[in-house]
Design a binder for this molecule. Structure first.
Ligand SMILES: NC(=O)c1ccc[n+]([C@@H]2O[C@H](COP(=O)([O-])OP(=O)(O)OC[C@H]3O[C@@H](n4cnc5c(N)ncnc54)[C@H](OP(=O)(O)O)[C@@H]3O)[C@@H](O)[C@H]2O)c1
Length: 315
């Protein structure tokens, strides 16, 4: 089978397409999936570059990728709720006990898969797991966002931000978002009430008294966001640990999101139900063939995608 793999950490050049990769073996608690599509996330190029090697060193050759959508080919001992032929989506990253999703066949922990949304194609479903669960876990579980509240969503045109805008509007919140000027129309179409061009405007001078800030950018953007919140407000970051000094200074709550812990069959099923009800639509910016995984990762890293990048594995 084919697999997009690395044998060392590095930039685009280290990604190799092995056309004779070993098909993953079936193990207890896991399912073998014939992949149809694999979603690309920033973490995939961060893993390629070795950003996570201290915390979780890879065993080479390592197949890249986590998000996928496909068809169950085999079921390991102890797995219930799925059968051969089921269309499923989920996470199969090697850091999450899977075999990597950028391949023809995938082994995934059955606790990290769910039936794919019926109203989404495999390409759309593969774009959802990490970004969709991130947005859902933060807005629903951590912020408990409700009608009439005001939220600032940073990076509204990104994979996570674009789903967060739709979920926040569904909750009845007022949504401000930061994007590049080119993405203004895109996020307005998703429902954003107020759009701020992060390159030419300063959100911290424009927004005050907000209930919540969802930070998908980090760094200075995270620090400056505290002043947007009202007392008792909440900031959740995809990249930063809570800043205790700023939390105290502004009298707010701060949390860090770790989506890996929120991906499970129950949450993926809830996300699929939202897609089937038309609450969330995933915008696929560009589709690459599996053979072009290196280019797809480079585009995710520096191509400023609007929404998601997906690898087509099998038509
Ligand atoms: N903690 C976790 O468990 C976890 C899980 C998933 C993701 N993450 C992290 O969360 C981050 C976002 O993920 P994603 O999938 O949404 O990435 P993405 O699809 O690449 O989107 C990032 C967005 O941020 C925008 N942006 C960049 N600089 C900005 C700024 N200064 N102000 C406002 N927007 C800005 C980008 O716009 P332009 O392209 O126009 O610059 C882009 O639309 C990544 O760093 C990812 O690694 C963490």
């Amino acid at each position: 089978m084919r697999a997009a793999q690395i044998n060392k950490y590095g930039s685009k050049e280290v990604v190799e397409i092995d056309k004779n990769a070993t098909k993953p073996a079936l193990s207890a608690g896991h399912a073998i999936i014939e992949a149809r599509a694999a979603g690309v996330n920033p973490v995939d190029w961060k893993i390629r570059e070795g950003y996570l090697q201290q915390m979780m060193p890879l065993k080479f050759p390592a197949t890249l990728g986590g998000d996928f959508s496909g068809v169950v080919a085999d079921i390991g001992a102890g797995v219930s709720g799925f059968k051969k032929g089921d269309e499923v989506y989920g996470l199969a990253s090697v850091l999450a006990g899977g075999s990597g999703s950028f391949a023809d066949y995938i082994s995934a922990d059955a606790a990290l898969i769910a039936h794919k949304p019926k109203n989404a194609s495999h390409t759309e479903a593969a774009a959802l797991p990490l970004a969709g669960i991130s947005a859902w876990d933060v807005l629903v579980n951590k912020m408990e966002l409700s009608k009439g509240q005001k939220i600032l969503i940073h990076g509204g045109a990104g994979g996570i931000g674009s789903i967060a805008i739709q979920l926040a509007k569904h909750a009845g919140a007022y949504v401000a978002t930061t994007v590049s000027a080119d993405d203004r129309q895109y996020v307005t179409g998703l429902g954003a009430d107020e759009v701020i061009d992060y390159k030419s405007e300063s959100f911290e001078g424009l927004l005050h008294g907000y209930d919540a800030v969802f930070d998908t950018v980090g760094g200075e953007v995270y620090k400056k966001s505290f002043s947007v919140l009202k007392k008792g407000g909440i900031i959740v970051s995809m990249l930063e640990q809570p800043d205790e000094e700023l939390t105290k200074k502004y009298g707010v709550r701060a949390m860090a999101e770790a989506t890996g812990y929120a991906i499970n069959t129950h949450n993926l099923s809830a996300l699929a139900a939202l897609v089937d009800r038309g609450v969330i639509k995933v915008h696929v910016d560009r589709v690459f063939l599996l053979e072009h995984a290196a280019e797809a990762l480079a585009h995710q890293q520096s191509g400023h995608p609007r929404g998601k990048i997906v690898l087509e594995v099998k038509r």
